[in-house]
Design a protein around this ligand. Structure first.
Ligand SMILES: Cc1ncc(COP(=O)(O)O)c(C=O)c1O
Length: 390
């Protein structure tokens, strides 16, 4: 072989069967070959295992799919390049023109927009309810045949705790599927409930380091398999290198979760002592409206703490800007603590009544708690609140 050929056909390095890498390699390959056409055709006819094209399947992705499905107590998973891709592709795979969806004011705004605006263009109709209004859910499902109930638990940003047993039972009774965006609870939570599909932004708790984006939808294999072809055609594929970073994040998932939940509890308890704070929402606080349900449903109360500054929106901006350890930015689940000021999260695209259901006030601040020393976080919050008072 000439040198020009040699550099495009690199040497094959084979490991002895008893000599394995401790960390699985990244299969950063779009294509996989078979030795002949007959074997390739057997693969297409599903008469043999293997890989062919990474938009369809890839060993690095398969490792992450299996790990996440197991964590969520289900047997199948599809991965996507972002959390929104998991949600939007799932909705596209499950819905057709004329279908009806129930969604909730207390949910991630882009999910609401996708259902209302994008799916609206394809003649999918939607009802907007409040996550705590079970009578309205019962009534909506009794009144209109509904394909899907899309909800979150805990909700973003006010951390209301949805009653999973009740909501899934109502949906099941009326023949609607449930899609739970489980991003804030994490994939180790809520598997014991009769939820059909769990969506995750892996960008958050699974990555944990703010350096990789990804999404997953997890469920029973029959349901996931029914969506597989649409996912292949829509092409929201996760890149193997991002999958590798997410697998690496997964190894420290519980260590980070435990540390972040403990820090969040400490921060919530501190904020509850401060006169500038009119309300703290953290399911780990005994007097939080979601405490009893979260104690029953969740392992750990989560890594976000949301609270209201009595002085309102402008004070919220000054408060966020006074913090030294909390960065002003979107997203959550990083090792670093983050803050979302009230001005960044006022309800949009909702009626006045629906905006009231969200419980987002003029002074609502959302904190994403990292793994720093909790006393440093408390000291930083204390100095920012003291400055407000001054
Ligand atoms: C609850 C929830 N769902 C979905 C998403 C979307 O995830 P991604 O940014 O990975 O698309 C987010 C992002 O903030 C979120 O908070």
């Amino acid at each position: 072989m000439k040198k020009r050929t040699r550099v495009t056909h690199l040497p094959d390095v084979k490991l002895p069967p008893d000599n394995r890498p401790l960390v699985a390699p990244i299969y950063q390959s779009v294509k996989f070959t078979f030795d002949d056409v007959a074997e390739t055709q057997k693969y297409f006819a599903r008469k043999r295992e293997g890989f062919y094209y990474s938009r369809v399947s890839n060993p690095t992705l398969q490792q992450l799919e299996q790990a996440l499905a197991g964590l969520q107590d289900r047997d199948a998973c599809l991965l996507t390049a972002s959390g929104m891709a998991a949600i939007s592709n799932t909705l596209l795979a499950l819905l057709k023109a004329g279908d009806h969806v129930v969604q909730f004011a207390e949910s991630y705004p882009p999910t609401r927009s996708f259902i209302r605006k994008t799916l609206g263009r394809f003649n999918v109709t939607a009802s907007m309810l409040s996550i705590t209004d079970h009578a309205a859910l019962e009534q909506a499902l009794a009144g209109t045949p509904t394909r899907l109930v899309v909800f979150e638990c805990p909700t973003n940003p006010v951390l209301k705790v949805a009653d999973l047993e009740r909501i899934t039972a109502i949906a099941r009774r009326h023949g609607a599927l449930t899609l739970l965006d489980n991003t804030l609870a994490g994939p180790h939570n809520h598997g014991q409930y009769d939820v059909d599909l769990y969506a995750h932004s892996l960008t958050k708790l699974v990555s944990g380091h703010g350096d990789a984006m990804g999404g997953a939808v997890i469920g029973r294999s029959e349901l996931i398999d029914s969506m597989r072809e649409d996912f292949t055609l829509l092409g929201p594929t996760l890149d193997p290198h991002a999958a590798y970073l997410l697998l690496r994040g997964l190894k420290t998932y519980f260590v980070r979760w435990d540390a972040q939940c403990a820090n969040a509890q400490r921060v919530a308890e501190f904020l509850a002592t401060r006169p500038e704070v009119s309300r703290v929402r953290y399911p780990g606080l005994r007097r939080d409206p979601g405490h009893a349900l979260a104690s029953l449903q969740m392992d750990g109360f989560g890594t976000l703490v949301t609270f209201d500054l009595a002085a309102g929106l402008e004070a919220g901006t000054r408060f966020a800007e006074s913090l030294a350890l909390f960065s002003i930015t979107a997203s959550l689940g990083s090792t670093e603590s983050l803050v979302v000021a009230p001005a960044m999260q006022q309800p949009r695209g909702l009626t006045t009544e629906q905006a009231i259901w969200t419980d987002i006030g003029h002074g609502t601040v959302r904190l994403s708690i990292g793994i720093e020393d909790p006393e440093d976080l408390v000291a930083d919050l204390r100095q920012a609140l003291d400055r407000l008072a001054a």
